[in-house]
Design a protein around this ligand. Structure first.
Ligand code: ZN
Length: 506
């Protein structure tokens, strides 16, 4: 007698949970590598991580897994794609099929080329020498195109790569929303710049002692709901959030004693990621219903807390008096309005990671258009520096004097992360659309923020987004939560609502 679908499903879940355990150990080793590990341990750590990664990959492509998935395909358990079992069967199968289509030789070659690519990129950026990086970036795009061909795609190769970061998204849809956003964002940014009003940025460059920054950052993270019993905060040069177990979420930040926003908004951002991780259903840890939807949805949670909440005047109505207590020398003579304006300084700049909330998306759209054009064969990798400068001139009105501050500034292409950039702006778009809906459902979020009441917003997010894990795709989730498909409008409305009064635009 064949085992029942329920018995097969239990076996499948046990296997997948064990694979997830291996991956969580890998994640923990990665966290340690970036926060605690002595420099000399790097080589062996790479071996440890490669070993675990190979082990997990082997398990996720095991023929037995495929056989179980076949048995379950027509079972009642798979009938409702949004149920925990339906989502598990669907997502494990998606991952299994995708991995099985990739030839081992291609995976190994990509890993090798990207390790060398990152080394070459580090050197090239240091020496402002794109020519030395060119053969690497050409080879990486070539291999990524092979990857797309092996996996298959609906309309264009970019679809297959985007799918690694934003599952089930279509390039054409993303391009459509980004184009509409750009059309209205460019004149908005120009109007803010031309308004002649400028905040006093000097306020933020006074002395903010690191110990007080840490205390204040933790106070804010706790207030918005980050659970330090199930998470921690450390220092790293490149901040990140790592989920290393159902009750273990680790965020990092970096401190600049003479620039307040770096650590504070970094902590809010990573804590926003952490709130999502901590809100995923722990009983499904390691399975799709206990896993985040996509990088874009993850980023929506960090951006919502960092920008929609953390850079709002209402938030600072509550927190500014506390900030003045922590930093009496820096903020004793500063008004709430001047401080709020200073943390909302909009001006075109060359470096993506330092860009403000409004111009940031233009940096992303430029990268998306360039990598898509290279992948389509419409732009040669050798022409990237020139195309980059041209787009910055047109969209942001500035041009990088050096490639180091231009086409060489991001690690992504050297690491094979092609199709990753749009998830940053998708995150901003999702965040604005979710926030607008929360505002309507909660009868106004700002009065809550002004009173320091963050729980209603967090529970709203928990119930509608966090608790659902991967039971819905990103597009389905946006439609289910907000009643309409993703649009560029909420983000534009949010930016106008905040920036036009600040900059005196009617
Ligand atoms: Zn993020």
């Amino acid at each position: 007698m064949n085992p029942s679908p329920a018995a097969v499903y239990d076996q499948l879940c046990n296997e997948v949970r064990q694979t997830a355990m291996i991956e969580s150990i890998q994640e923990l080793l990665g966290w340690d590598e970036r926060t605690m590990m002595p420099a000399a341990a790097g080589e062996y750590r790479a071996e440890q991580i490669t070993y675990l990664s190979g082990l997990a990959h082997g398990r996720r492509t095991d023929a037995q897994l495929g056989a179980w998935l076949d048995e379950l395909a027509d079972s009642p358990l798979a009938a409702d794609p949004h149920s925990p079992a339906g989502a598990t069967i669907r997502e494990v199968r998606r991952d299994y099929e995708k991995r099985c289509k990739l030839p081992r030789s291609l995976v190994e070659e990509l890993t090798r080329v990207c390790v060398l690519g990152q080394q070459a990129w580090t050197e090239a950026r240091r020496n402002d020498d794109f020519a030395s990086f060119l053969p690497h970036v050409e080879r990486i795009f070539q291999l990524k195109r092979q990857q797309a061909e092996a996996v298959g795609y609906a309309d264009e190769p970019y679809d297959a790569l985007l799918d690694d970061f934003e599952p089930q998204a279509r390039t054409a849809d993303v391009a459509g929303v980004l184009a509409q956003l750009r059309e209205q964002l460019t004149p908005l940014v120009a109007a803010l710049v031309d308004s002649g009003r400028k905040p006093n940025r000097e306020i933020l460059r006074r002395r903010y002692p690191v110990a007080a920054q840490e205390t204040f950052g933790k106070q804010a993270a706790t207030a918005i709901g980050f659970d330090f019993q199930r998470g921690r905060l450390n220092v790293t040069h490149h901040p990140f959030c790592a989920g290393t177990g159902p009750h273990d979420c680790r965020i990092t930040t970096r401190y600049d004693e003479h620039f307040f926003p770096t650590a504070f908004f970094g902590i809010l951002h990573e804590a926003g990621h952490g709130l999502y991780d901590q809100g995923l259903p722990t009983e499904f840890y390691g399975l799709p219903p206990g896993t985040f939807v996509s990088l874009g949805i993850h980023e929506s949670q960090s951006r919502l807390w960092e920008n929609a909440v953390g850079r709002s005047r209402a938030f600072w109505q509550h927190f500014f008096p506390l900030a003045q207590q922590q930093f009496p020398d820096a903020l004793g003579d500063v008004s709430l309005d001047d401080f709020h304006f200073a943390v909302n300084d909009v001006r075109p700049s060359l470096i993506r990671v330092e860009a403000d909330e409004a111009t940031y998306n233009l940096h992303i759209i430029i990268r998306f258009e360039l990598e898509r054009a290279v992948l389509r064969g419409e732009l040669a990798a050798a022409d990237l520096p020139g195309a980059w400068r041209e787009k910055y001139r047109v969209d942001l009105g500035i041009e990088p004097p050096h490639d180091a501050d231009g086409v060489l500034q991001d690690i992504h292409w050297s690491a094979g992360l092609i199709g990753y950039f749009p998830t940053y702006t998708l995150g901003n778009l999702y965040a604005a659309q979710f926030f607008q809906q929360a505002d309507a459902d909660l009868g106004g979020v700002e009065p809550l923020l002004a009173r320091g009441e963050f729980a209603p917003l967090l529970y709203w997010l928990r119930e509608r987004i966090h608790a659902r894990g991967q039971c819905f795709s990103a597009a389905e989730l946006v439609a289910a939560v907000t009643g309409r498909p993703l649009s560029h409008q909420p983000l534009l409305e949010q930016l106008r609502h905040k920036f036009e009064p600040l900059y005196g635009i009617e």
